[in-house]
Each structure stands twice: as C-alpha cells, then as structure tokens.
Design a protein around this ligand. Structure first.
Ligand SMILES: [Zn+2]
Length: 105
C-alpha cells in the first residue's frame, strides 16, 4: 500500500535559453506545475506538507528563472523541484498548453 498526494500550482516567470535561436530572447510563461509525492508510511500523518511544496515552487514565481538556473528549460526546472521536494516521485511542468517536461522515479 502506498499513500500518494498531488499538488498543482501555476506560476508566472520569465526566462531565456542562452544560444537558442527562438527562445534566446527574454519571454514569459504561465507554468503549470504538478507534483506527486508518495510514501509507504506516513510521518506525522502526512506524505509531505503541502505548504513545503508551495514554498519551494514559490521560489520561481514572478522571477527570471535564469537567476536561479543557468539553462532554465522546463526539464531543468523539474530537476530543481525534484531535488528539493521531500518524497517526490513525479514532477511535470507545462510550459504551454501543448507541451510539458517531466521527471519520474
Ligand atoms: Zn520559454
């Protein structure tokens, strides 16, 4: 048996991809970020504190992501979240309505 929690958050942020023909110019996205966490045994009745997830994702809200990540692709934003959120098993970041990047265990 596993416990699973899910949280979705939307943030607005700017970025540019150094050296990229189209995305090399500063622009913005409304990113939809989905996080799944899972454990076999609860700690203090929780898989993870939802506020902790929110705090980690809020670090990127209304920021220029280049100030946080050298090559701020959705994949690398996923990696930052994957490293920081406790008990995470999947993160998916929608850069537009049509494309997302994901990391899963
Ligand atoms: Zn972009």
């Amino acid at each position: 048996m596993k416990y699973i929690v899910y949280k979705t958050t939307t943030i607005s942020a700017s970025h540019f991809l150094p050296g990229h023909k189209k995305c090399g110019k500063m622009h913005g996205h409304n990113y939809k970020i989905e996080v799944w966490c899972s454990v076999d045994k609860l700690v203090k009745g929780m898989v993870v504190d939802f506020d902790k997830i929110k705090a980690i994702i809020s670090e990127m809200d209304h920021k220029c992501i280049n100030d946080l990540i050298v090559m701020p692709t959705a994949e690398n934003m996923c990696l930052m979240i994957f490293i920081e959120v406790p008990n995470i098993v999947r993160v998916r970041i929608w850069e537009t309505d049509n494309c997302y990047a994901e990391i899963s265990k």
